[in-house]
Design a protein around this ligand. Structure first.
Ligand code: ATP
Length: 271
């Protein structure tokens, strides 16, 4: 679908190839509206061995934003989050967090910068209790008082986890496990919270509850980057979105603008 050929007022469409790695990149560190970007990528390429998946991604996320990255299966959404969190290294282009080149930061140091990644499939520790799972997310906080303060914050946000504190993580429902995965990421006290398909496998009502929590987390001051195949939910809850196709950003804009875009509605919302 030629999403790159569509767009509307206020939206930036990008014809395929317009963000090629060798193309001159704009100054993404300064963000689209002039304020400093917390996270910025320009001409970002990444993949698996010889398989290139991201083919020149340009994006910028400002402090306090709630940004969604949407796209079809295999577009490269998970690969983008893995590259930001250092699991994969960029093969070309620039990736910066608060102006710092992430390609030069070893993967194990990236959480200390304030980047938390809730991976696809949650990946909680099923044998460990809810409390133990949460404490693992606070491994960087040496001060016990700080850890307990974070615990109190997370349990206040997710009372259901509070009720199940001593229960093994693997015995929780799917929705509760996802809350645990988000709670564990929040224990880090991240500046940037990245979530990969958090509503995957959840009943619509449970997914709705989770999204309400994400909005609350955002309102409380955490910048969020959300990858979703549930495009309706992503557009409803995020403020701005990027559309990824074949490893490139083909369209970006406010979620309200994208929701009203005919091509997006036909291709992704089925209306
Ligand atoms: P989905 O929503 O289906 O997860 P996605 O947009 O998140 O899609 P990615 O998971 O980033 O897409 O995958 C992008 C491409 O990278 C796909 O073609 C996929 O087959 C390929 N890929 C993913 N993981 C690996 C891997 N470990 N080795 C080789 N190729 C991979």
């Amino acid at each position: 679908m030629p999403v790159g050929e569509v767009g509307g007022e206020g939206m930036a469409s990008r014809p395929a190839g317009s963000a090629a790695p060798d193309a001159p990149s704009r100054d993404l560190d300064s963000g689209d509206q002039g304020s400093a970007a917390l996270l910025s990528a320009s001409g970002l390429c990444s993949g698996y061995g010889r398989v290139t998946v991201l083919r020149g991604v340009d994006l910028a996320v400002r402090t306090g934003e709630f940004v969604a990255v949407i796209g079809a299966n295999g577009a490269g959404k998970t690969t983008l989050l893995r590259t930001i969190s250092g699991i994969l290294r960029p093969s070309a282009g620039r990736l910066a967090f608060e102006g710092r080149d992430l390609a030069r930061v070893p993967a194990h140091r990236i959480p200390a910068l304030g980047i938390a990644h809730v991976p696809e499939g949650r990946q909680i520790f099923p044998q460990l209790s809810v409390r133990e799972n949460l404490l693992l997310g606070a491994y960087l906080h040496r001060d016990r008082g700080h850890r307990e303060a974070r615990m109190a914050f997370v349990l206040d946000l997710f009372p259901r986890l509070h009720e199940r504190l001593r229960q093994a993580g693997g015995t929780l429902s799917g929705g509760e496990q996802q809350m645990l995965a988000v709670g564990r990421a929040l224990m880090l006290e991240p500046r940037l919270l990245m979530l990969d398909e958090p509503s995957q496998g959840l009943a619509p009502r449970v997914a709705g509850e989770l999204y309400e929590k994400l909005r609350e987390i955002h309102t409380l001051g955490t910048t969020i980057v959300l990858v979703e195949q549930n495009i309706t939910a992503a557009l409803r809850h995020a403020d701005r979105a990027y559309v990824l196709e074949h490893g490139r950003v083909v369209l970006e804009g406010s979620t309200a603008e994208l929701e009203g875009n005919d091509e997006i509605r036909r291709a992704y919302l089925g209306v």
